[in-house]
Structure formats: structure tokens, C-alpha cells
Design a protein around this ligand. Structure first.
Ligand code: C2O
Length: 491
């Protein structure tokens, strides 16, 4: 039995003579040449994630989003894909230690753009696809706030409202119904949104995995899960999470079944690691691990679900808010009586404050990703991203706008949510942000009002290489999106 540990490396650090990307390109071409019914073909692998085909084959359309299976399912998926690619690399005489690299746009500077090997339209470059947002293939950088892992990595728990990994989720395949984990929201969904835009593949789960950059993006998301668990955090011990079985195909095209306990330790369980297991953001202090929880029986899980305090609604926007690609603001009033009652029931003067963006719907697929801000100072112009600092040191500087940024709204998965198929009801997207820390800082600075909270949505733009014009969205008109409800909760 081999004890080899494969190392997934940051794509921007690969030397000019490194074979990793050339070997990947060759393997993509080989896989693209296989029959679409072959589970090891490029088409089939992408369709395991999602397909627009009216009659998907067995094992296709499996991706888990807005559920607490998001990180575990994608780890299994990318692991099996990597084995299929490695087998093709070796068959073509490439490096036998080939591992999938990762793309970490949070590193900033040139690394915030798609790597050059994926942008060159040289005839027959299997890593290039034209179906990306305007500007992406010209090397425009992703907006910093779309790529940050800071909020996700700082979440103390895996599951629960606005926590790292989403859930708990009762059922499978509640595609995009929530509760979405913070890692999934940003950077995961936000990067899908800005790379795919309005009509590119990456912004739709039914086409995303056809883009070769998808796999390097997911290698990075998987790395961030390893960073989070490696800094003293705990994965769920709930048998519903641990016991769920998922089906994939190995490098010989044979079906394999996987469960979460088989993938929790990438080195011991799966034989791979990353060259860097730190987040690119400010150093996160390790958390004190909570006392180990005994595994819960299903009955005990139901009990603990019931005993958990439900968040208390204290304010909601009375009308829907429409987004059309421009900045939009909603003032959410806090009901004094509801707030006082909530504090009594929660028996605290300093509750957690949750902001929920609910029932997000659109005709078609908006290509914009919005930064979501709480009490954004009127003078601040968060188009500040266009003056993106080029050095990591400068990027560490927190601006007044950054301090009011609580997360992002993107539209990855909105079509699937509204037309989920099967026996599911169509629904909108939902997101929850924990705004407690932001509100405390604002209270200390005299910017917090206990009667009303301003929620502002600001489109995040790609950053052109210096001297070039920002890429517009062309002549494409942004399909309007509607936010059905914006609510504030004490918890
Ligand atoms: Cu299942 Cu990045 O998507």
C-alpha cells in the first residue's frame, strides 16, 4: 500500500518549467475525447455536478448546495476527479505525483486574476473557455471582497445560522434552499458569480464544472475547509451528516460510495495535502475547541434541535427590494417592542444579531455580485475596489467600507432554486449573515441605531490591469433580481 501523499500547490507559485498545468491540459483533452456516457469523461464529470440535459444519466446532477453537505460532497467529488485526471496524466507519460493545483484569488495582485494558462485562446488550449464574464479572459482581477475567506474562517461552528458549513439540513437535494454556510457564500458563490457573470459557465451549477478553472477553485475551497478544521474547529458529529452516502466513480469508472468519515482528514483518509494551510486573510486566532460532544442518536438530535433557541424576529423590510445592477439601499426598522421582548426571552442584553436576505428571485440569471453592507457611511464609495491595492500588505488595510461589509449576494444556483425539479417547490435563494461584530464596532463608534439598520447592496466590479478600462457587462441588460424579505433577528 502506497504511503505517498500528493501535494496540491498554489497555481501562481508553479515555476515556468513545472509540468502540472501542461499535464492537466493534456488530461482534459483526453477526457474530452471520451464518450459522454463514460464516467471518466470530461462531459460526465461535469454532469455529476450538474447538467442542462433533459435526461441526465444515473449519477449525474448530484451537487449539494445550500446544505451542510456542501463541503463534504465537493471534497469527495474533487478527490475522485483528481484520481481520474492523474490516471490520464500517467497514461500520457506525465508526472506520477500529479495533484490538482488550487487557485487562491485572495492572495491578490496578479493572483486575483485567472491564471494565464486558462486565458490563452491559442487554438486547442483545453484550459481556455470563452464562456466567462467579460474581462475575465483579459486578466481582470476579482474584487477583493468577493474572494475573502475572513468571515468564513472566523466562524466558530460548522452548522447553525450563519456558521461555516451550513445546515443542519434535514433532506438531501434541497438545491439552494438554505441554510447556506459562510464558506459557500463567500468566497465560493461570489467567485462563481464574478467569473461566470451573466452568461458564462461558472455562474450556473449546470455548466460550471465544464470550465477547467472550476476544479482549481474547488481545490481552494477544499483547502479552506482544511484550514478551518486545522485551526481547532470541529466538524459535525451528527449522524445525519456523518452517515449520508454519496456515489461517485473512481479512476476506472467504477461506482464508489463515500461518507463524510472517510474524508475528514485529507492526509490520513485521502492521501493528499496542501502546500499552504493558512488563510490569506489576517491571522485568525485559534479557537478554544468546545468540549467533545458524544455522537448523538437521531432522537437526541431532534431533542437538541428543539431546545435550541429560535432566533427572534425584530425587524423586517415591508416591501420587496429590486436590484438591477446598481447600488440599492433598504432601511430595515427594528420594532422596539419586539426587540425588548426578544431580549427578555433570550435573557441577554447583548444578543447576536442576524441579517437574513430571503426569497431572492430573478428572471434569468443576474451576472452581478453585490457586496452587502450594514450602515455604510454615506460618503463612502465602495467602488473603491477599482483602486485595488496591488500588494498583499496594502490589502490588509481595512477601509471604512470594509468595516461595514458583512457578506455578498451572488446568484449562483438561482435558476436551479426556481426550477428545482423533482417534487421540490420552486423557491428563492436565502442567505444569513452574523452582523454582531459589525454592530458592536458601530455601536462603539456611534454609528449604530437601535431603531433602524441600513442595508446597502453595492455591485462589485472586476479590476482591469492598470491603464485599461473596466469591462462593462457589454450590451447585456442585467435581469432584475428581487429580494422578497430582509429581516433582522436577535439570537
Ligand atoms: Cu457545486 Cu462551486 O459548486
Amino acid at each position: 500500500m502506497s504511503t505517498q501523499v500528493f501535494v496540491r500547490r498554489e497555481v501562481g507559485s508553479l515555476k515556468a518549467d513545472d509540468q502540472t498545468l501542461a499535464a492537466y491540459a493534456e488530461a482534459v483533452k483526453v477526457m474530452q475525447g471520451r464518450a459522454a456516457s463514460d464516467p471518466t469523461s470530461w462531459a460526465f464529470q461535469a454532469a455529476i455536478h450538474g447538467t442542462l440535459a433533459g435526461a441526465p444519466l444515473a449519477g449525474q446532477n448530484q451537487c449539494q448546495h445550500a446544505t451542510w453537505f456542501f463541503v463534504s460532497w465537493h471534497r469527495m467529488f474533487v478527490f475522485q476527479f483528481e484520481r481520474i485526471v492523474r490516471a490520464a496524466v500517467i497514461a500520457a507519460g506525465g508526472p506520477s505525483d500529479w495533484a490538482l493545483p488550487y487557485w487562491n484569488p485572495e492572495l491578490g495582485g496578479a493572483r486575483a486574476a485567472i491564471p494565464a494558462a486558462f486565458r490563452s485562446p491559442t487554438t486547442g488550449n483545453p484550459l481556455y473557455v470563452a464562456e466567462r464574464a467579460p474581462g475575465i479572459n483579459a486578466g481582470h482581477a476579482l474584487p477583493r471582497l468577493a474572494t475573502t475567506s475572513r468571515n468564513a474562517i472566523s466562524r466558530p461552528s460548522f452548522s447553525g445560522a450563519a456558521e461555516f458549513g451550513g445546515g443542519p439540513t434535514a433532506a438531501l437535494f434541497q438545491h439552494f434552499q438554505g441554510p447556506t454556510g459562510q464558506l459557500e457564500a463567500t468566497p465560493h458563490n461570489a467567485v462563481h458569480g464574478v467569473v461566470g457573470g451573466q452568461s458564462g459557465w461558472m455562474n450556473d451549477p449546470d455548466t460550471a464544472a465544464q470550465d477547467p478553472i472550476f476544479w482549481l477553485h474547488h481545490s481552494n475551497i477544499d483547502r479552506l475547509w482544511a484550514v478551518w478544521t486545522g485551526s481547532g474547529h470541529s466538524n459535525p458529529t451528527d449522524p445525519r451528516w456523518l452517515g449520508q452516502r454519496f456515489r461517485f466513480f473512481d479512476q476506472s469508472g467504477q461506482p464508489v460510495t463515500m461518507t463524510a468519515p472517510q474524508v475528514l482528514d485529507t492526509v490520513a483518509d485521502l492521501g493528499y495535502t496542501y502546500d499552504q494551510l493558512v488563510s490569506a486573510g489576517p491571522t485568525i486566532a485559534p479557537v478554544t475547541p468546545p468540549p467533545a460532544q458524544p455522537s448523538l442518536t437521531p432522537a437526541a438530535v431532534r431533542m437538541s434541535d428543539q431546545m435550541r433557541h429560535d432566533p427572534e424576529l425584530v425587524g423586517a423590510l415591508a416591501r420587496p427590494l429590486t436590484l438591477t445592477g446598481d447600488t440599492a439601499r433598504a432601511d430595515v426598522a427594528i420594532d422596539a417592542r419586539a426587540a425588548a421582548d426578544a431580549l427578555t426571552r433570550l435573557a441577554t442584553a447583548t444578543p447576536r444579531i442576524l441579517l437574513e436576505i430571503h426569497h431572492v428571485r430573478a428572471q434569468g440569471r443576474p451576472g452581478t455580485v453585490y457586496g452587502v453592507y450594514v450602515n455604510l457611511p454615506a460618503a463612502a464609495t465602495p467602488a473603491a475596489d477599482s483602486s485595488a491595492p496591488a500588494t498583499p500588505a496594502a490589502e490588509a488595510v481595512e477601509t471604512a467600507e470594509d468595516a461595514a461589509h458583512v457578506g455578498n449576494l451572488s446568484f449562483f444556483g438561482i435558476k436551479r432554486a426556481q426550477a428545482p425539479g423533482g417534487d421540490q417547490q420552486p423557491h428563492g435563494l436565502s442567505l444569513t449573515f452574523d452582523i454582531t461584530a459589525v454592530s458592536q464596532a458601530q455601536r462603539a463608534g456611534g454609528q449604530w441605531d437601535d431603531r433602524s439598520v441600513a442595508v446597502t447592496f453595492v455591485p462589485l466590479s472586476l479590476i482591469p490591469p492598470s491603464g485599461e478600462q473596466p469591462a462593462g457587462s457589454g450590451s447585456a441588460v442585467e435581469p432584475p433580481a428581487t429580494i422578497g424579505a430582509i429581516s433582522l433577528f436577535y439570537a
